[in-house]
Write a protein that binds this ligand. Sequence first.
Ligand code: ADP
Ligand code: S3P
Length: 299
Amino acid sequence: MEAMGGGSALQFRVKQPKLFGFNHKYKKEHSLQLINLNDLNLKTHTNFKLLLSHCHKDSQNQSCSDIFFFFFFVAPILQSGNFGASFDGDWLLKTKGKEVTSCLNGRNIYLVGMMGSGKTTVGKILSESLSYLFNDSDDYVEEAMGGTSVAQIFKQGGESIFREYETEALQKLSMMPRQVVATGGGAVIRPINWRYMRQGITVFLDVPLDALARRIAAVGTDTRPLLHFDSGDAYTKAFMRLLTLSKKRSEAYANADATVSLLTLAASLQLEDVLDITPITIATEVLVQIEKYLRDNNR
Ligand SMILES: Nc1ncnc2c1ncn2[C@@H]1O[C@H](COP(=O)(O)OP(=O)(O)O)[C@@H](O)[C@H]1O
Ligand SMILES: O=C(O)C1=C[C@@H](OP(=O)(O)O)[C@@H](O)[C@H](O)C1
């Protein structure tokens, strides 16, 4: 298979299918077929498109095991002309999840990133794909405080008390294996928290501030005390506050073992708005980046 990126088009040419054991009829009909991703209706199958875009990047050095996946599983489906009915978006996530689980040896995954970056949403999906438990450090703090909400803790004791509880939560969570942990957006600012998170693998969900502000404005700021102010429209309030926080935190987020940049992901999926990327696709990309981190660092 040859992958070609001509302009915005992403094309795959099936060159020598006989090497991969397809039957004679298939060879004859498809040995020179060009599959142009832009011709396929992949809007609802971004996960598939994500995988192919990785094949495209890696095809230069032929190191992408997913190319084999393409020949064995995807090409026959495309050939059948029954793509929409045959392809299950969750399938890729589960398959990648199984692969990554076997390399993790029970190490926890810590998702870090700004408020609203999707740590909880993506973390839940990720934990299922890895057959891990899911935990949210904010929920853990609230439970440890007998049900007192994060917002109430901020109100009663201020941010510094909350940070103490948060560190305690991360310490306890780090002692339990096989978990995906969605951390609070500010967990990265305390070096001691990294000591606990470093026992597992940290992944930064990098979402542009404008997208975060749009998301947060849609759900409101009641549960996020650091964004909750009285005046101004919800989007502007969220954006300005996120801007200040992100300036203080961007260096700390960069310490994560792996990063999933939604801007990069949207570009490879040819999506204009990062908010159009589904949580399943982001979770799949998290797995891809973890796998890359483990491979590059012999871990
Ligand atoms: N990929 C996504 N697509 C659509 N909505 C999302 C996505 N990721 C998160 N959301 C929504 O954005 C809001 C914030 O997400 P959440 O997972 O709570 O972020 P965090 O845990 O990082 O604060 C939630 O309302 C959630 O449903
Ligand atoms: O960024 C922050 O400092 C915070 C983020 C929140 O968690 P989420 O990132 O899950 O919203 C929560 O821990 C608290 O409101 C403080």
